[in-house]
Design a protein around this ligand. Sequence first.
Ligand SMILES: [Zn+2]
Length: 567
Amino acid sequence: MIKQRKIKLWLSSVSLACLLPALSLQAAEKPKLVLQITVDQLRGDIPTAYLNKMGKGGFKYLLNEGVVYKDAHHNHANTETIVGHATLATGALPAVHGMIGNVWYDDKLQRLVYNVEDSKYPLLSANADVNQKTEIDPTQRTAKSSGRSPSNIQVSTFSDELMVASNGKAKVFGVSVKDRGAISMAGHTGKAFWFSKKSGEFVTSRYYYDKYPQWVNDWNAAKPMKKYHQKAWQLSDKQDNYVFGKQDDQAWETKFPGFGRTFPHQYGDMDNAYFNTFLTLSPAGDELTLDFAKAVVNNEQLGKDDITDYLSVSFSSTDYVGHIFGPSSLEAEDNMLRLDRTIANLLKFIDKKVGLDNTLIVLSADHGAAEVPAYLSTLGMKIEVVAPKTWDKTPSMQALKKKFGMDKALIKSYFHPYIYLDRDLIERRKLSLEQVQKAVAMEVAKFDGVALAVTSSDIEQGNTPQDYLHTLVGNNHSKNRSGDVYVVLEPQRFVADMEGLTVAATHGSPWGYDTFVPLIFAGFTINDEVVYDRVSTTDIAVTLSAMLGIKAPSGAQGNILKKVLDD
Ligand SMILES: [Zn+2]
């Protein structure tokens, strides 16, 4: 690969007379495409853990040829999918971009809402909404409408700024199995497509189109998922060659009826109600996402002219596999090897279509992952999951009753990590909201597994200590969406009961394993370098903007990562 940056450095280091050609070279040096790859639930250490078993062109290419940040973290407490994606997209903290959780309580609607639901913009496809019976993602089930849009994102994204700077000529696309993984990155001005587990199609909403482009209809009509009909997810290597080769069947893995806990995991018949769900619980979900992303590039002619286009591909399989089998499992290990092949395939395709020299690549993750407590226990760390259902709440309720004359009625909703109080009731009874919050927080802090309970009054009045945990909780605080009390659980501990589905592992804490993500810039003029400084995921959108010479998104708070620009 020709390293254009080296040419530029040489030019700028010679006489002043050479500055003009140097500048003109710089002007032509904009990438034709920005490719933002996000892996859902990829802790920063995972890609290197299996690197020696990976092939060429995927993680090896990115890690060997790119600027690799070894200590990149999200700086918010609620390390969930939409929170992380919106941060990657906007360079803002959740306190500013407003996506404070996959779900929050909407006071006007008097119910929990799903982050990207928007009844104004129904899906373009019939019968592609959330199937309440078979949907395993409990956050999706909170949505009352099938409509989706980015309207809840309160600031601009990098992709929006690219669109603005090009007077709408940039082509901006976001693709993911998850709606929130696609919508967040495409911003307010791009186009987003995601996978409907109900219909087995890539779909979008009326926010983006009045009708599907013909190529999308064609892609869906070809039913690409039928190649998995009656097939199974098999190991890609000999079982003995895996770190977890002897532990295919671990007691804590979720036994999904029909999919099982051991290889081969059968996809079954494509008419089965769970067939599409099984695809998402395996590398097949990422393979389909790749296939659709290629169709976007081909049909929308991305990277073909001098105006920089943007493609976001968010791979979701790692998240589902991590939840169901745990990050330390044979399934997660094989999924990483398969993801590596999927990324290699994507990069090879982009190289052919656009050229990696013309493509600025950035890879990161929306959050990391916790290890399964039972797995840690086998290694000597005695850890248990947290089970709020088993908490003896009677003494706390009695204390609240004694203090305020009420107990349960004060609490409207607890959707971890936020407890929402009934503010109308508190006002009607002329109670002090601040005192009720404090009392509830004090009681919650007594329960097993709770490390900290922080009130919104304390955050808003600046009364919290300036330590690491409180800072991350504060960074997550948006006045109208965050709850009255933020509950932080102890390290390595989490609630495994996801509204009926018991998962092996999850994420969502402010602890290091959840905030730690990979961050790699590669392609274009990037030279390889490893950086050990601690950096923030809010730096990404700011750095991309600086690379493109455009203004940063409206709420961006990160710093320019200079090594990406100057190395
Ligand atoms: Zn997840």
